[in-house]
Structure formats: structure tokens, C-alpha cells
Design a protein around this ligand. Structure first.
Ligand code: GLN
Length: 536
């Protein structure tokens, strides 16, 4: 542990979607693997206070931390790479910054001053950046600035960065600029000009990049590296190439070979140690050399976009590696499933996961899918809405309550087997008001879940407003559905399973938020094991 916390900022240029989050997470992994306590923070320039109110089509999945923050999906990558939990302090948005400044202004905290972007907004940003440092846990804090340099909305963040660098000195604060080197196939040439311009744009705001990480489809030769170095004021060993790799989990090794960690530590005047990536590489080896394949149907309504179910897809990768199988996840749109085609749509799968979700669209397809896998004894994993729909399906088809539903879908149903939680009934604001974050749950000793977790006390992350209606508990339990996990304080049913089925588990919480490379989630691991047994 060094005495002074060091900062590494990651900015992006030329294009969005270059993978700043993965570069930040990979560098953090390399630093962590050398013994440096490292965390990563994401600054998002949008005006939403958090992404909780965003449609998944906008920014992909909303990731939830233990302390109940609804955050950017990059925090999921940070946790999966580092195996260390993040919190609200790891994600800041412009909305949150302004909300805080405006509330201080209303309280009169600015003592009659005119409140301005500089210094008030930038001071607020700087304070928020330093919250993690005040926890006294970290040697290095990596801060990823969302968006692309030159965007109007990220200017206050770049200005805060300029001020921090001036205050802390170059030895304590390093700037990595992630950029794109496009290849013009007609000219058969890689082009450096867009990068020169984006580095210049950054300089116009008073920030000099120290290291360039260049996304490219072709290798950068030495003369190109030197050209970039010369035009952009960086050392040539600080031009790091990042060619596409097969999996994001290859990036730490790739950055290690390119020496990103080495140059970063040198610039920060910190000692370089050989990173220990043994267990990481054991995972990679298993992931890349599967001994078989299982085919999972992912039933949801946001399937067009990979990012909507990011954490679920990554959890399958972790669980596949443990089971030494490749997990092919095939998305199936719940709106396209009906009684007539369900068999044809689902019969090739070794297991089915019904995804979380909100609202009415596509629920009947989810219910059909659940009926099919329940009666055909195909492994079933229901997450949040998926669990709730499993309760609806069972109530309709086994308890014969034909109009059973969640009141989210049909507020007038006579059989509200899933109902709004009591403390949600007076909630009108949408932002940050669900049941969020980590809650305890006690598992029944004789349950499948208990045998999977190997413990009866668990703790998982939530994001929902509706719950299992305990009025139906005894009827359901008399008919072979067991509430195998319950929150002791509120009696909320958190896990259901079926007695006469090989693997049928629905969870009210989101296990996918806690699966990491080094600790794959036990439910995903067990589900994949069950699908291996069921293999077609
Ligand atoms: N819409 C359901 C609820 O609010 C489920 C939420 C979810 O799947 N995350 O309870």
C-alpha cells in the first residue's frame, strides 16, 4: 500500500463504443494482480440521476450494487474482473452532480454566490471523484469518463480532470486516452489523423494524454507508433495497440503483453511486480477448451440487444468454464412464443432461462415457455420476472386459477398471485424507489437451493416492486411448489422450486450481478450442470 492514492483517468476519442470499460477493467486487473488495491469509477455525462429509469434499449442493462445503487453496466465488468464489490460511489452522473449542487443552493450553502459550472459543478465532480479515496482502501483509483472527447456534455468532467491533475501533479494522476485507428481498405493503410485530432481536442481543454491505447483491426508497426508518439506528445512505448480479441477476458493478458501496466506504473512512479494471473488463466483455459456444448434458450423481450442481459450472458460464461462446456445462449423473443409454436421454438434447448423484465409485453410467451419446460422436465431458471411468471404459470395450470396473474400485468385479476409490495403502494416517483440492493434470505435445509449454495444464509441483490403473494403460499406448497428461500424479516418469498422436477428454480433476486470470473455464481454453475445432464 503506497501512502498516496494514485489516479488513472481513461478518456475516449474518435468514436464511442471502443471499450473504455474493458480497458479500465483489464488495467485494474493487472494492477490488482501485482498487489495494488484498485477500484474503478465511471463518470456518466447524461442528465438522468441514475440509469434506473432508462430503457435497456438506451444503455443496456442497469447494474445493481450491494448498496442498492442502479448503475451503468460497466460496473458489472469492474466487479467481474476484480471480484471486488462496487457501490454508489463508483458511478456518478451529471444528473446526480446537478441534483446535489441545486439542493445545496436551495439550502443556501453557497452563501449568496452565483452558482456556476466552474467552480461549483467541477468542485462537486472533484469531491465525488475523491469519495473512494476517503474510504482508505485503494492504492489506485481508475476513473473512466464516459462519452467521447469533444462532446459538450463531458466538458465539465474534462475540466475537473484538468484541475485535479494540476493539484495532484503528473506523478499522481495519469491520463490514458483510448482511441481508434481506422483502416482504409482502398488505401490499405491505417490512419492516425483522427487520433491526432482527438488528442488535440483534449489538449484544448488543457489535458495532455500520457498513454494512447489504440483500437485497431491491424497491427501497428513501429513507424506508425513513432508517428503517433511524435504528433501526440507521448513516448513511443506509451502507444499501446489493442487489436480485437475473441473474448473480453483476453484483454488483461493482451494489455500485459503490450506493457500497459508497466508504462502506467512507471509514470506513476510505482513499483512494477510480475502480475499473478494464475487463477484468471485457469478460467481462460477452461473457457477456451470446452469438452462439449449446451444450448440455453434465453427468453426475454429485449433480445435484439446483447447489452440488455449483459450480466446473465457473462454469468453463463463463468458457469460454462466451471463445467467445461461451451454455453450457447440463443435468445428467443417472448412475444413470439405461443401455445402452438412453443414446442417447435424450445425443443432443441437443454435448458431455459426466463429473464427479468417489466410490463405486460411478452409475458404470455414467458408463461407458455415455463409451462413447456415444467411439464417436459427441462431445466428451468427464472430470474425476477421469470420467477414471478413461474408462480403465475403454476397457479393457472396446477392450482387451476385460470386468471392468476401479477397485478403489474392485470391490476384487476381475482387471483393476484404476484402483487405490489406493501411499501410500494404509496410510491409515485419512479427513480431509485424499487426494492434495491442486497437483502438476506434463509434457505430451507431440505431444498435444492440449499444444496447448491451449501449454506442456509444467503445474501443477494434485488430490483423489483412486486412480490410473491403469501396468501397463496399454502395452496402452492400443498401442490409441490416450495418457497425454498424467504427473507426472515419481511417474509418475502425469494426462491421457489418444484419438488417433482429435476431443476426448476425461480429467484426473486438477480444472481447474475454477483457472478465473477473468480467466483462464478453457484446457481448458474448448477443450472449448467443440470443442462449438461439433460443434453439433447
Ligand atoms: N417487474 C417485476 C417487478 O417489478 C420484476 C422486475 C425484474 O425482473 N427486475 O417486481
Amino acid at each position: 500500500m503506497s501512502s498516496q492514492t494514485k489516479y488513472i483517468f481513461v478518456t475516449g476519442g474518435v468514436s464511442s463504443s471502443l471499450g473504455k470499460g474493458i480497458i479500465a477493467a483489464s488495467l485494474a486487473k493487472l494492477l490488482q494482480a501485482q498487489g495494488y488495491n484498485t477500484t474503478i469509477q465511471k463518470l456518466d455525462p447524461y442528465i438522468n440521476v441514475d440509469p434506473g429509469t432508462l430503457n435497456p434499449y438506451e444503455h443496456g442493462e442497469c447494474y445493481v450494487t450491494d448498496d442498492g445503487a442502479e448503475t451503468d453496466l460497466d460496473l458489472g465488468h469492474y466487479e467481474r474482473f476484480l471480484n471486488v464489490p462496487t457501490s454508489q460511489a463508483n458511478n456518478i452522473t451529471t444528473g446526480r452532480i446537478y441534483q446535489s449542487v441545486i439542493s445545496k443552493e436551495r439550502k443556501g450553502e453557497y452563501l449568496g454566490k452565483t452558482v456556476q459550472v466552474i467552480p461549483h459543478i467541477t468542485d462537486e465532480i472533484k469531491e465525488n471523484i475523491k469519495v473512494l479515496e476517503s474510504e482508505n482502501k485503494y492504492d489506485i483509483i481508475i476513473t473512466e469518463i464516459g462519452g467521447t472527447v469533444g462532446d459538450i456534455e463531458s466538458l465539465p468532467y474534462i475540466e475537473a480532470l484538468r484541475q485535479l491533475r494540476w493539484e495532484m501533479g503528473e506523478e499522481n494522476l495519469l491520463v490514458i486516452h483510448l482511441t481508434l485507428i481506422p483502416y482504409l481498405s482502398a488505401a490499405k493503410e491505417l490512419k492516425t489523423k483522427p487520433t491526432q485530432h482527438s488528442v488535440k481536442t483534449l489538449m484544448e481543454s488543457g489535458v495532455q494524454a500520457d498513454i494512447l491505447v489504440c483500437r485497431t483491426e491491424h497491427e501497428l508497426n513501429q513507424s506508425l507508433r513513432e508517428k503517433l508518439a511524435r504528433f501526440c506528445n507521448v513516448n513511443s512505448d506509451c502507444v499501446i495497440q489493442s487489436v480485437d480479441v475473441n473474448t473480453i477476458y483476453d484483454v488483461p493478458n493482451y494489455m500485459f503483453r503490450e506493457g500497459l501496466d508497466k508504462v502506467a506504473l512507471k509514470k506513476l512512479n510505482l513499483k512494477y511486480n510480475e502480475p499473478d494471473l494464475k487463477s484468471w488463466n485457469v478460467f481462460l483455459d477452461r473457457y477456451k477448451n470446452p469438452k462439449g456444448t449446451v444450448k440455453i434458450g434465453l427468453i426475454g423481450k429485449y433480445i435484439e440487444l446483447q447489452d440488455s442481459y449483459k450480466s446473465i450472458l457473462e454469468s453463463f460464461i463463468h458457469a460454462g468454464a466451471v463445467n467445461e462446456v461451451r454455453v450457447d445462449v440463443i435468445p428467443v423473443h417472448s412475444e413470439h412464443i405461443n401455445q402452438k409454436n412453443v414446442e417447435e421454438k424450445l425443443n432443441s434447448f437443454d435448458g431455459i432461462l426466463v429473464a427479468p423484465g417489466f410490463g405486460e409485453r411478452g409475458v404470455e410467451g414467458k408463461i407458455e415457455a415455463i409451462k413447456y419446460v415444467r411439464t417436459n422436465k427441462i431445466p428451468f431458471f427464472g430470474i425476477c420476472y421469470g420467477m414471478q411468471m413461474a408462480v403465475v404459470e403454476y397457479s393457472r395450470n396446477v392450482l387451476k386459477l385460470s386468471d392468476a396473474n401479477s397485478t403489474e400485468v392485470n391490476p384487476k385479476t381475482n387471483n393476484p398471485v404476484i402483487d405490489l409490495m406493501e411499501d410500494q403502494k404509496n410510491v409515485t416517483n419512479k427513480g431509485g424507489t424499487m426494492r434495491l440492493g442486497s437483502w438476506d434470505c434463509t434457505l430451507k435445509k431440505e431444498s435444492l437451493c440449499y444444496s447448491i449454495y451449501g449454506s442456509n444464509k444467503i445474501n443477494e441483490r434485488h430490483r423489483h416492486r412486486y412480490e410473491f403473494n403469501n396468501k397463496y403460499l399454502s395452496d402452492l406448497e400443498n401442490n409441490n411448489l416450495i418457497a425454498s428461500g424467504v427473507n426472515d424479516e419481511t417474509n418475502l418469498v425469494e426462491v421457489i422450486e418444484l419438488k417433482d422436477h429435476p431443476w426448476f428454480i425461480g429467484v426473486q433476486y438477480h444472481p447474475e450481478y454477483k457472478s465473477t470470473v473468480l467466483s462464478p455464481h453457484p446457481l448458474f454453475v448448477s443450472f449448467i450442470k443440470a443442462t449438461k445432464k439433460n443434453k439433447k
